[in-house]
Design a protein. Structure first.
Lengths: 121, 375
């Protein structure tokens, strides 16, 4: 699952949102790192609707303007949950690997600090 | 009026209506024009809500789509045109086959366009003049021949007016502005009967040369009987005229093939979405028809790609008329089986069935769309 798709599903997890609502929500969720553009958003929503991961919740239309609210389907919630677990596993694995690296670097740093202390102390 | 977040007026009766974006008409028209890059199904489904979102994101006072926005919308629309419905592997296979098929027809279209730049073959009067120039007598036999592999050629065969004098004929062509080659000596035998009716063979010797002018090549051969032959045979001269391949021909075949492959994929994607939107019974019938069309077009496609391969593999070493791709449609014996019109007939049948598939895959009842009035 690509990052924009993951963030769109995440944005829709709590409540139904219309297109611009999704764009703002993704902006907030990613702390401004991911700025969805309308072409990307509606291409992704179309694909997610085809896959049955999102559905149209309701529509509001006024004088040539249309807001269509999308919500996560049960299949979408399951797909998002599966992706969350997958990312969590990968994040945990990455932390473990970094911990090993950090542990090695730390011990090396302590030895250097001790040596420095002996010289100056 | 310019695009802006509307300022909430406490006097406005409906806060929800006040939250709708307003826009300069030019900006909205600009967005709607850019949406033409999207497939029609996507425009119908999302057009108004995409425009609403774009207007909500527009800067205050913005009157035209920004360049970045325009490129993004065009790029997104084109990408969607190439996209296939999700989770339908058979449609992906059908799309590949469709793209390859139409790619072959694109190569044929490029080849046909390229052949339009070839010089025209001489007409009847032109062939008569050339025959006279080649040393033939007034009794001309000529014909035009076509083939499933090459451009058309014109042939002439006649008795020489006396002994055929190769040097004189070549000088005549050179004096007339033709660029002539050196001679290639020829030897041969002619079977005939002597005065007593017994079959005999008469040795022949001759020469061949080519002459080129105005995009045409004449390949000319003349024969004289051996001087000490037992039977008095007339001399003979024959030639064929063919166009010379032009420099734009091969690039046009390449461009035609590429355009055909792209068009094929776009057609396949559009048909796939049309089928996906059709009710199950019609979808199955349309898929069967599409499969039948691909089967019918398989032999023509193989013939076209066979000619593409020959054009690029043998084009530079081939002595005869220029190899072409679209010549596969010429009635003939491209395949050693079936009628002469096999390739052309299967092409027409395949196209008819493909159109039937598209008509069969008409969409079913769509969910009601919100009744919005274009702004």
């Amino acid at each position: 699952m690509q990052e924009p798709t993951f963030l769109i599903l995440t944005a829709l997890a709590a409540q139904p949102l219309h297109g611009y609502g999704v764009i703002r929500s993704v902006d907030e969720l990613s702390a401004g790192e991911v700025k969805l553009r309308p072409g990307t958003l509606y291409g992704a929503l179309d694909r997610l609707a085809e896959q049955g991961l999102v559905t149209v919740d309701r529509e509001e239309a006024v004088e040539g303007r249309l807001r269509r609210y999308y919500r996560l389907s049960d299949a979408g919630a399951a797909a998002l949950q599966a992706q969350v677990e997958r990312l969590r596993r990968h994040a945990t694995a990455a932390e473990v690997q970094l911990g090993k690296r950090f542990g090695g670097a730390l011990s090396f740093g302590l030895v250097r600090a001790q040596a420095a202390g002996e010289v100056t102390g | 009026m310019t695009a802006a977040w509307p300022v909430h007026d406490p006097g406005t009766p409906s806060p929800s209506t006040a939250a709708w974006p307003t826009a300069d008409n030019r900006l909205e028209r600009g967005y709607r024009t850019l949406l033409l890059a999207y497939p029609r199904r996507h425009r119908r489904r999302h057009g108004t809500e995409v425009v609403t979102t774009l207007l909500e994101m527009a800067a205050p006072g913005q009157r035209r789509p920004r360049v970045g926005e325009a490129l993004h919308l065009i790029g997104s629309g084109l990408r969607l045109r190439f996209r296939l419905p999700a989770g339908r592997p058979f449609m992906a296979i059908a799309a590949v086959l469709t793209a390859l098929t139409i790619g072959g027809f694109g190569a044929a279209a490029g080849s046909w366009l390229g052949a339009q730049t070839f010089a025209d073959l001489p007409d009847e009067a032109g062939m008569a003049r050339l025959t006279q120039q080649a040393g033939g007598d007034g009794n001309i036999h000529f014909l035009y021949s076509s083939s499933s592999w090459t451009a058309d050629t014109a042939h002439s065969s006649s008795q020489a007016d006396g002994t055929w004098d190769a040097d004189q004929v070549r000088e005549r062509f050179a004096a007339d502005g033709w660029s002539v080659s050196g001679f290639t000596p020829l030897t041969g035998m002619s079977g005939t009967v002597d005065d007593s009716g017994s079959p005999i063979e008469v040795p022949l010797h001759g020469k061949r040369f080519t002459a080129e002018s105005g995009g045409l090549i004449v390949n000319l051969m003349g024969w004289n009987p051996a001087e000490n032959s037992a039977v008095d045979l007339p001399s003979h001269v024959s030639f064929y005229v063919m166009p010379k391949q032009t420099t734009v021909f091969l690039p046009l075949v390449v461009v035609g093939t590429a355009a055909g492959l792209l068009t094929g994929w776009l057609v396949a994607a559009a048909v796939a979405y049309r089928m996906a939107a059709a009710p199950p019974a019609r979808r199955r019938a349309a898929a069967a028809l599409w499969g039948a069309a691909l089967v019918a077009l398989a032999l023509p496609t193989v013939a076209l790609y066979g000619n593409v391969m020959r054009v690029f593999r043998d084009g530079s070493v081939h002595d005869g008329p220029p190899l072409t791709v679209h010549s596969a449609f010429t009635p003939g014996e491209y395949y050693p089986f079936g009628p002469q019109w096999l390739v052309l007939g299967l092409t027409v049948a395949g196209l008819v069935v493909a159109v039937a598939a598209i008509l069969t895959a008409r969409p079913g009842e769509q969910p009601p769309q919100p009744s919005v009035v274009p702004g």
